[in-house]
Design a protein around this ligand. Structure first.
Ligand SMILES: [Zn+2]
Length: 136
């Protein structure tokens, strides 16, 4: 009976690991798709902004506020893409350099490519972990 319980416990553990792994793969694919969508949206925004600027140049009219609005949208979307790329690196267990975007090992202190000091890794505490300080 003991050996069967051990086997069952192992099977459960392995199943959990496999489920976790495929969840990660699904999550990574989702984030990748979201980044691709955002990047294509960003291209469109930049084209639209260029058209606004050119039309204003050509006609001698145009509202500089429109261009500024578009630039703000571009910046917001760029920030969103960076944060999704950071999320992707975390899912892959890598650390993304805030300066050059290179992915480094999770335990790297400096960027492999540009030498920038990498930010501290935020330690996520699993909610079901015993001794969670939040439980006090
Ligand atoms: Zn770097």
């Amino acid at each position: 009976m003991d050996i069967i319980e051990k086997i069952l416990a192992n099977v459960e553990k392995t199943t959990k690991a496999v489920v976790q792994k495929s969840t990660d793969v699904v999550e990574i694919t989702k984030v990748k798709l979201a980044i691709a969508g955002d990047e294509s949206k960003l291209d469109d925004l930049i084209k639209e902004t260029g058209r606004l600027v050119y039309d204003a140049y050509k006609t001698g009219t145009g509202d500089p506020g429109d261009v500024q609005e578009k630039c703000k949208e571009i910046e917001a979307l760029s920030d969103e893409i960076v944060s999704k790329k950071n999320q992707l690196s975390r899912l892959r267990n890598l650390r993304r350099c805030p300066v050059c975007g290179t992915e480094n090992d999770i335990d790297a202190v400096y960027c492999n490519r540009c030498g920038e000091k990498l930010p501290e890794v935020e330690v996520e505490i699993a909610p079901d972990m015993p001794g969670d300080p939040k439980d006090e």
